[in-house]
Design a protein around this ligand. Structure first.
Ligand code: ATP
Ligand code: MG
Length: 568
């Protein structure tokens, strides 16, 4: 699939929507929702769901709600709600006046529960959770009726009201749907609808001490909001009969649940529980650690909203789980950053070079192009002087074959400046380490070409020693050593699979002086090195800190080229 065209490529969800529209369902409306549980920060998997829900709504002139699934008062925190809102907006989506909470509907849900009790479709059960599990049976063993299953409507109403009034202890009773204890689908064996929890809720405070379970709350919230297509991940497929059962029994607006495959990304994890563990136990610096697949981590690392949206478009939606190569996400970042990032020169591992025939104290302003992909970004002046830094890697005392960069006696071009020739290599007497190079420049080659048309094979980036700014640069690598991590196969301990080299910090790097006032979060291409952004947390006027978003090397393009040679 090529970039940008998946909007028009049909997928199975579009087919369903279009069929519904054709049949005149929902008065021709399309209304989706994104329902995050505020128990962690959003990750790239959520971005897929966000792009899908908001994207479909916009394609069919519909609406998309954001609804916080805050039915569990124990796990939710206000910090998560704020971060989720920020991330959705940052991705480029707006919910207008359609921001809701499942807790907005607690009264309504209670009323629905009463309705089911009155219809003989729900009952209060005094069995403990353990007993309920035991009675439920297994895939191969049918369930058994609870001894409380046949309570009268009056008794159920009385007990349920008293549950709500706080008469009973946590865990002493639950409300269950009365469906079918021998159903082959375990979710239909009288699922729990309400449990007692004497816990303060972040929005309803102490009003409730009974809280609805996900399965009872979710579909009914969809229905209350008149959602037409309720998209969720595949693990809810077996819950769909229950979703439909509640809606049917209550005879309320029939939202339609459609499942799609969740996004898995190589060398990282999406589970909020696992991410939370890494954050809480300080394996990473926070939810926005640039190594995490969280939206805030990707943002801090320098990914653009556009690159994430384009990634989500490309991976499309499917009915089967799969793992996407992280290289594709990085490829999308490069594609976007290539168009938009100003180019600058930065030397990450500096080697001092003295240009011995360049006058001491002289400074020249050379003109540099800000973005060869976009002329409107203009040019800037960069200072050149007698002492400069080049990248250590760009010099070899003993150059191997095919190494065309600087070596003793060899001439190379300095980007936007001159040809220089290396005459002397100054080494540390004790360690033998190369400390400094003495070179001469050819004044005739200013701007990068020689009047006698002699060629050089390499162009190096550089910065002026006196004018450049010192910076700290953080290089990132995969979070996990393993391509795919699953609890079942790999044991629950993710920590043993953390990549010990996921972060490399370089100190005393040198960046060109135009970056002096670089704003936090701004993105650049360091020529020949990669895409970097100013760290929004740790960078300051005193010390610039950069995060490497991606290197320039495009492993995805390579993977694709390799693939193409096999395919006709
Ligand atoms: P986690 O297992 O990470 O806690 P979750 O599904 O419990 O994820 P929610 O906050 O409930 O997280 O998810 C909100 C929405 O995002 C749901 O509709 C869910 O299906 C979707 N979603 C979550 N993870 C992914 C993923 N990896 N790929 C696609 N959609 C996802
Ligand atoms: Mg969930």
């Amino acid at each position: 699939m090529a970039a940008g065209d998946s909007n028009t490529i049909s997928n199975f969800i579009r087919n369903i929507i279009e069929e519904d529209l054709r049949l005149g369902k929902n008065q021709g409306r399309v209304h989706t929702r994104f329902p995050p549980e505020p128990n962690g920060y959003l990750h790239i998997g959520h971005a897929k769901a966000i792009c899908l829900n908001f994207g479909l709504a916009s394609d069919y002139n519909g609406l998309c709600n954001v609804r916080f699934d805050d039915t569990n008062p124990i796990k939710e925190e206000a910090e998560y709600i704020e971060s989720i809102k920020e991330d959705i907006r940052w991705l480029g989506f707006e919910w207008g006046d359609r921001l809701f909470y499942a807790s907005d509907y607690f009264d309504k849900l209670f009323e629905y529960a009463i309705r089911l009790i009155k219809a003989g479709k729900a009952y209060v059960d005094d069995l403990s959770m353990d007993k309920i599990r035991e009675y439920r049976g297994t895939l191969t063993k049918p369930g058994r009726d609870s001894p409380y299953r046949n309570r009268s409507v009056e008794e159920n109403l009385d007990l349920f009201r008293r549950m709500k009034e706080g008469e009973f202890e946590d865990g002493s009773r639950v409300l269950r749907a009365r469906i079918d204890m021998v159903s082959p689908n375990l979710n239909m064996r009288d699922p729990v609808m309400y449990r007692i929890l004497h816990t303060r809720h972040h929005r309803t405070h102490d009003k409730w001490c009974i809280y609805p379970m996900y399965d009872f709350a979710h579909g009914q919230c969809d229905s209350i909001e008149a959602i037409t297509h309720s998209l969720c991940t595949l693990e809810f497929e077996d819950h769909r009969p229950l979703y439909d059962w509640f809606i049917n029994e209550l005879n309320i607006h029939p939202s339609r649940q459609i499942e799609f495959a969740r996004l898995n990304l190589s060398h990282t994890i999406m589970s909020k529980r696992k991410l939370r563990e890494l954050v809480k136990d300080n394996y990473v610096s926070g939810w926005d650690d640039p190594r995490l697949p969280t939206i805030s981590g990707l943002r801090r690392r320098g990914f653009t909203p556009g690159s994430i949206r384009s990634f989500c478009e490309r991976i499309g939606v499917a009915k089967r789980d799969s793992t996407i190569d992280t290289a594709l996400l990085e490829h999308c970042a490069r594609e976007d950053l290539n168009k938009t990032s100003p180019r600058v020169m930065a030397v990450l591992r500096p080697l001092r070079v003295v240009i011995t025939n360049y006058p001491e104290g002289q400074v020249e302003e050379l003109e540099a192009i800000n973005n060869p992909e976009d002329e409107t970004m203009g040019t800037r002046k960069i200072p050149f002087s007698r002492v400069i830094y080049i990248e250590k890697d760009d010099f070899r005392e003993d150059p191997p074959k095919k190494f065309y960069r600087l070596a003793p006696g060899r001439e190379v071009r300095l980007r936007y400046a001159y040809f220089i020739r290396c005459n002397d290599v100054i080494k540390d007497k004790k360690t033998g380490e190369v400390k400094e190079l003495h070179c001469t420049h050819d004044p005739e080659t200013k701007g990068g070409s020689a009047p006698d048309e002699r060629k050089v094979k390499a162009t190096l980036h550089w910065v002026s020693a006196d004018h450049s700014l010192e910076a700290e640069v953080r290089l990132y690598d995969h979070l996990l050593l393993k391509e795919e991590f699953t609890d079942e196969k790999d044991g629950a301990d993710l920590k043993t699979w953390l990549n010990p080299r996921s972060l490399e910090v370089l100190y005393h790097c040198h960046v060109e002086s135009s970056l002096r006032d670089a704003a936090p979060g701004s993105r650049y291409q360091f020529e020949r090195v990669g895409y970097f952004c100013v760290d929004s947390v740790d960078s300051s006027q005193d010390l610039l800190v950069f995060n490497r978003t991606v290197s320039l090397r495009d492993t995805w393009a390579r993977i694709q080229r390799a693939g193409q040679t096999q395919e006709p």
